[in-house]
Write a protein that binds this ligand. Structure first.
Ligand SMILES: NC(=O)c1ccc[n+]([C@@H]2O[C@H](COP(=O)([O-])OP(=O)(O)OC[C@H]3O[C@@H](n4cnc5c(N)ncnc54)[C@H](OP(=O)(O)O)[C@@H]3O)[C@@H](O)[C@H]2O)c1
Length: 325
């Protein structure tokens, strides 16, 4: 099969496609003919040699999510059969024509969603739902604050907050405010020239019950000022840097919770648990129309380096899908 293999690390030019062996399913595994994959910020870091596949697999094939059809199944597989439309997350290996994954990590593609477009669902909707609802305890009527509202994670978060009846404020660059409003954000805070914190607290003086932060860096201190008493900050990314100075006294005074999370490094049992719960509770909302994948652009597989350049330039609003067939 054809796959992107990282023989060296660096700029988008290191993403070369070569022939590698097809995966063989283990007893509990399914091999999927990949219709499409979608980009995540982690892919850029992995390409630069900064975020390796935690399983250490060789050859090193990046790619955290995929959609496609079941090609073959292991002897103990009960949930799927060849031809089924599926999607899922993996710790790597999705930039390839075929991927093997545990049967319980897969989800059925909602009937209303195009097979390739479904690649834009798993990573960001699982992340946003897990961060806002499971870890961030967001419920109907409460306020969420989400940074980078037009990112893949942000566009999923806006829709999830709307679907559960919560209210949501987002930060983003000025040119991306429109898409956040269209998706249903209640308050859009452009980061410049305004100070988003002042505007946020003017609008929601009691503070935000749940803060989903993908920036880190200097935003951490502002998050502590923005979070409500007994609220929760869920740290999902560090695009603005991992080290910063904060007033830890605010965490104590507000009796707030600050949680860090990643999906990629979780053990199989934890990934299966969150996937099965998402499949039961959230997937039906795609067929009802409450949720939809937000697709910025589609690139053919042999132009995957251009897709990386597009994300690196912060030019996307929503997901960048890479189609393989
Ligand atoms: N923990 C997990 O399991 C998990 C899973 C998925 C994603 N993530 C993290 O979530 C984040 C978003 O990922 P994504 O794939 O959704 O990204 P994405 O679609 O590429 O969107 C990223 C957007 O963030 C904004 N941005 C970039 N650098 C920034 C900075 N330094 N300060 C403020 N805003 C910045 C830009 O939008 P503007 O034009 O609006 O500035 C950029 O387009 C990443 O940090 C990623 O690693 C974590």
């Amino acid at each position: 099969m054809r796959a992107v293999v990282l023989r060296t690390h660096g700029g988008p030019e290191v993403l070369t496609i070569e022939e590698v062996d097809d995966p063989v399913p283990g007893p509990d595994e399914v091999v999927v003919d990949v219709a499409a994959t979608a980009l995540n910020r982690a892919d850029l870091l992995q390409r630069m040699g900064l975020y390796p596949d935690p399983r250490g697999r060789q050859p090193e094939i990046p790619g955290l999510e995929f959609s496609g059809t079941v090609a073959s199944v292991g002897e103990r597989v009960r949930m799927w059969q060849p031809g089924d439309r599926v999607m899922g997350i993996e710790a790597g290996g999705s930039y390839a024509e075929r991927i093997a994954t545990h049967e319980r990590q897969l989800m059925a593609v909602p009937e209303s969603i195009d097979l390739a477009d479904a690649a834009a669902i798993p990573e960001v909707f699982l992340t946003a739902w897990d961060a806002l609802v499971l870890q961030g305890r967001l419920t109907s009527g409460r306020w969420a604050l989400v940074h980078a509202g037009a990112s893949g994670v942000g566009t999923a978060a806006i829709q999830i907050a709307g679907a559960i009846g919560a209210r949501i404020a987002v930060t983003c660059s000025a040119g991306k405010a429109g898409i956040c409003e269209e998706l249903g954000a209640d308050l859009v805070l452009t980061r410049s020239p305004h100070d988003w914190l002042t505007d946020a607290l003017d609008a929601v003086p009691e503070g935000f019950d749940t803060v989903l932060d993908v920036i880190g860096g200097d935003e951490v201190d502002r998050n502590l000022q923005a979070v409500a008493t007994r609220g929760t900050i869920v740290q999902v990314g560090l695009m603005g840097g991992g080290s910063t100075k904060v007033n830890v006294g605010m965490l104590l005074g507000k009796r707030a919770t600050w949680v860090g999370t990643t999906l990629r490094t979780r053990p199989l049992e934890e990934k299966v648990a969150v996937t099965r719960r998402f499949a039961a509770e959230v997937l039906p909302l795609f067929d009802s129309g409450a949720l939809q994948p937000v697709i910025d652009s589609r690139y053919p597989f042999d132009q995957i380096a251009d897709a990386h350049r597009h994300m690196e330039a912060n030019a996307n609003a929503g997901k960048i899908v890479v189609t393989l067939r």
